[in-house]
Design a protein around this ligand. Sequence first.
Ligand code: SF4
Ligand code: SF4
Length: 501
Amino acid sequence: MGIDYIYPEFEVIRNESRCVTCQVCQRQCANEVHRYDPDLGRMLSDETKCVGCHRCVSLCPTHALKIVKNDCAFRENANWQTGAIKEIYKQASSGGVLLSSMGSPAPLSVYWDKLLLNASQVTNPSIDPLREPMETRVYLGKKPGLVDRDDKGNLTYALEPQLELSMPVMFSAMSYGSISYNAHKSLAMAAQKLGIFYNTGEGGLHEDFYCYGGNTIVQVASGRFGVYKDYLDAGAAVEIKMGQGAKPGIGGHLPGAKIVGDVSRTRMIPEGSDAISPAPHHDIYSIEDLRQLVYSLKEATEYKKPVIVKVAAVHNIAAIASGVARSGADIIAIDGFRGGTGAAPTRIRDNVGIPIELALAAVDQRLREEGIRSQVSLVVGGSIRSASDVVKAVALGADACYIATGALLALGCHLCRTCHTGRCNWGIATQRPDLVKRLNPEVGCQRLVNLLTAWNHEIKELMGGMGINSIEALRGNRLMLRGVGLTETELRILGVAHAGE
Ligand code: SF4
Ligand code: SF4
């Protein structure tokens, strides 16, 4: 439409004295930013195409490149900020819904950063995790209200199926199709090595990954892609996806262009057809309906696997979780509004849902008050960034955490937020064979193992400092938390005292 109203978001700065015109940047950029001009004998840049993924910067052999934010300023004010102005221009040009990837960048409170952990001093000695046993293993699933043993010390009842995790962290749902074969393989291999679980997401399970079934959570979403008996049998647990933190209340859409080859076979839909998951499950309109699906899946898997129900953190999450617990689910996964996504309408991603910290505290409290907390395990996700976030989540009441964005960062993601274009230069959110092969699954697996091994050490150190030697003893122990800079209402919902109290 004539004038392009949007200035490039990034500026490519090339140090000509260092550039040897090797053209690595040209070959590495799927967005076609760099181009060698034989007449000029030098590299040129089309900055309108740059997404700031830093692939070229990382691989330039002479460190000749720098990508910086373009500081060409709009005439913004407190009301009309640059982002809002650009979005108006985009929609005036396209007439379409704005799409985004990864989690919400909105500058809303990150409560993890306003919660501080305790440490033992003088009376309750701290524990040195290098010298004393420290238990980070957790079991997810229904627990009995009371432990009852016979004369020989054996439990007097059969325990419901449990997931055993070596540490309270798992890889969250990311479908094959939204991420690449090699990204999925990295997650599957790492989950197996670490003794934790990864999650198929709603895209089915590639036949090559059935061998990782013992460390796989298979998801059943509203589109039911790739769901059949062998798929359910293959996983260690089944997750019903009712909602996702990045886009609560809506379904999913993987464009037909990405439904190719193995992706179409794994999803069991024709090549080139859009994979549209409806917003609701068309057979679920009540807790009773949900219960039917929970028990159908238990029946189909001979009551040998826990069933997880995943919901997005929304306004009345405590009541919703109470209903889900009564539906027979063994585990409730709650996804907060900062959670990542391969593609979501920007307005939904940035404006719908609530922070996971408040949702978790409200749910744990409600289930305790109703005396049903032990009937379900709670898994939380939605921007868990570090070992300290995990420890704070456990102290607020979680049994374990899901990570996804953190795992993708470990694989090389640079948070350029353009997964929905399918041109991920790091070989993660793409199905283009030339890009997929950039991610070596062996290397990816090792980086994930390194990350979580480091986190596990840090979790032990943090617990040891508090004089606590097991996740079990930390769970829901809000006395280990203090708030800073929070209102009375926020402190009440979180169930923590202010620092200094
Ligand atoms: S990768 Fe670096 S040295 Fe090679 S052409 Fe690009 S900017 Fe020049
Ligand atoms: S997965 Fe790839 S496309 Fe998505 S944000 Fe990360 S680097 Fe960018």
